[in-house]
Ligand binder design. Structure first.
Ligand code: SAM
Length: 269
């Protein structure tokens, strides 16, 4: 082989997450939190400001509106009534703190791979002391991670695109969860339905049974809900069902397809 061809004989591709998580707090998260989330919504709610109506399954705020994604998370927790909840990639800890104020009998924990994110969470919510810690969900499963009945992520897996890390993160979340996994993510950033089906069929999930639903919040947000038991929500049968009515992003779908295609599932029988 000629030298030129030898240099370029491999069609190398590099994949990366959306952010450098080591500098993420300073680079963008803190600014976005203050300039966007906190100006548009009630980011932190005090005890008594949020309420859950068991009849409708809806959460309401007595002050400003909370973000539709947060609202969906609390509505799922209220409807499913888990004894324990773990947030993967808990960031500034607002969802955990609000959840603790709203559901005082539920045991909340959270993990994040960013030390500065955890420092920010601890600063904003001293009540999270001993409830949050370092966790990289794309590492091999750790028996030191807490187990919880309900495990969720909110805008975390959608940013993970390094090699097959998003598959590992998903499988780890299922293994941590005793009953449910909720993915409150951008549903064009990964083919969540397809990836979940492939992981399940390939034997990568540590559950004996799996039901996958589309869960809609009362103010327009939508999430993927995985459950060990059958539930009374619309079954999720395709990624198109999650993306119905969303503004189509060709760039995101292309990357989602490339991410899905990197998976090698199970072993041949
Ligand atoms: C867009 S932020 C969302 C934070 C929080 N969930 C929220 O809604 O405000 C993504 C978060 O995921 C965390 N993260 C990224 N990769 C992770 C991983 N592999 N394991 C755990 N956390 C991760 C980041 O440090 C960051 O806090």
């Amino acid at each position: 082989m000629k030298l030129f061809n030898r240099l370029f004989y491999k069609n190398r591709k590099f994949y990366d997450d959306d952010f450098d998580w080591n500098s993420y707090t300073e680079d963008s998260y803190e600014r976005r939190l203050h300039n966007s989330v906190e100006t548009e919504y009630q980011a932190v709610a005090k005890t008594g400001e949020l309420s859950f109506d068991a009849q409708t399954g809806h959460v309401t705020s007595s002050t400003r509106q909370i973000h539709p994604n947060q609202q969906l998370i609390y509505e799922a927790i209220g409807q499913l009534q888990p004894a324990s909840v773990h947030e993967v990639g808990c960031g500034a800890g607002d969802h955990l703190a609000n959840g603790m104020a709203l559901f005082q009998d539920v045991d909340f924990t959270g993990g994040d791979r960013g030390e500065t994110q955890l420092e920010l969470a601890q600063h904003r919510h001293p009540e999270l002391k001993n409830r949050i810690g370092l966790q990289d969900i794309t590492m091999p499963f750790s028996h030191h991670w807490p187990k919880a009945e309900f495990v969720y992520s909110q805008t975390v897996l959608m940013h993970i695109h390094t090699a097959v890390s998003h598959f590992i993160g998903l499988a780890n979340m299922v293994r941590m969860a005793e009953k449910y996994v909720l993915l409150m993510e951008n549903h064009q950033c990964h083919n969540f339905h397809q990836d979940i089906a492939n992981l399940w069929n390939g034997g990568h999930f540590d559950w004996d049974s799996l039901y996958v639903y589309r869960f809609d919040g009362s103010t327009g947000a939508r999430a993927v809900l995985l459950s060990k038991e059958p539930l009374d929500y619309p079954l999720l049968t395709s990624d198109a069902q999650m993306r119905e009515g969303l503004k189509f992003s060709a760039r995101r779908i292309k990357r989602a397809n490339e991410d899905s295609a990197r998976g090698i599932f199970g072993i041949p029988k």
